[in-house]
Design a protein around this ligand. Structure first.
Ligand SMILES: [Zn+2]
Length: 275
């Protein structure tokens, strides 16, 4: 597709297929909405668990699930209070801990969360787990994956002018659409994807997830101040031989930490009110 027509298409779509991110109020391009992605997400999540070593019991699993349930409740309350409950329609929350040395965690559409045991030492304690959980869940609530899928569909020509929806994409280019999903949600190693030019999460999305995540954890009764310590520990972990997978998508630099500190006063008020 020529550059001009892509620009035109983007403009056209900007008026037709947008939604707003809660809290930041930013307009985002949505050619496919999060709820459409749920069946694909549930299937991928199941397949991922089936091929992973899932921890079934023990204090770490209990901690991850406890934090998950608290964050789930605070998200549900927050969205109800801000009239955004439709964002979690069809969610089937699940919180699993997978045994792996990799430092990673993610939340797929529909509230499907995975923690790798390798991230727990950097989380340090329950409050640190909450920081990561709040951040990853925030990506799902803000439909960041669906937004990146939409961008990918546009740039790869999976959908053309006037076409919207996962059904259309799947019926015309099923393989490419599935591949795009896998690369956006990290179901394959980044090096193996055909869409390496797609940024895992934009800086903007990261910042939104940090801010929303702070609100979620504060509302769940965790001191949002813990986020600063977590990102400092994550930054320190990057000094090792092999930088953590999580860091390749989540730069733990001074900009992020400064950004988080600037959101703390507001989050602290939410925290105080939750006690
Ligand atoms: Zn993130």
């Amino acid at each position: 597709m020529k550059k001009v027509s892509i620009a035109f298409l983007a403009l056209f779509l900007a008026f037709t297929a947008c939604q707003r991110v809660p809290l930041s109020n930013r307009n985002q391009l949505m050619l496919v909405n999060s709820s459409e992605l749920l069946p694909m997400s549930f299937k991928s999540y199941r397949e991922f668990l089936d091929t992973s070593k899932v921890d079934r019991s023990g204090s770490d699993v209990e901690m991850v699930r406890r934090v998950g349930r608290k964050i789930q409740k605070s998200v549900e309350d927050y969205l109800r209070e801000t009239n955004n409950s439709d964002l979690i329609k069809g969610f089937q929350w699940e919180f699993n801990l997978v045994e792996s040395k990799d430092i990673n965690a993610f939340c797929m559409p529909g509230g499907k969360v995975v923690f790798y045991s390798g991230i727990l030492p950097i989380c340090k304690d329950e409050a640190g787990v909450a920081v990561v959980m709040g951040h990853e869940v925030a990506h799902a609530i803000a439909s960041h994956g669906a937004e990146r899928m939409s961008q990918g569909m546009l740039s790869q020509g999976i959908l053309t002018a006037g076409q919207v929806g996962l059904g259309v994409a799947m019926s015309s280019k099923p393989q490419q659409t599935q591949q795009l999903y896998n690369s956006v949600y990290g179901m394959v190693a980044p090096a193996a994807t055909q869409v390496g030019y797609l940024l895992p999460n934009s800086r903007r999305q990261e910042s939104e997830a940090d801010e929303l995540g702070l609100t979620f954890i504060a509302k769940a009764g965790y001191d949002p101040q813990n986020a600063v310590g977590f990102w400092q520990r994550m930054a320190a972990a990057s000094n090792g031989q092999k930088p953590p997978q999580f860091l390749s998508t989540h730069p733990a630099d001074n900009t992020r930490i400064r950004d988080i500190k600037s959101h703390l006063p507001k989050a602290q008020k939410v925290f105080q009110a939750s006690r």
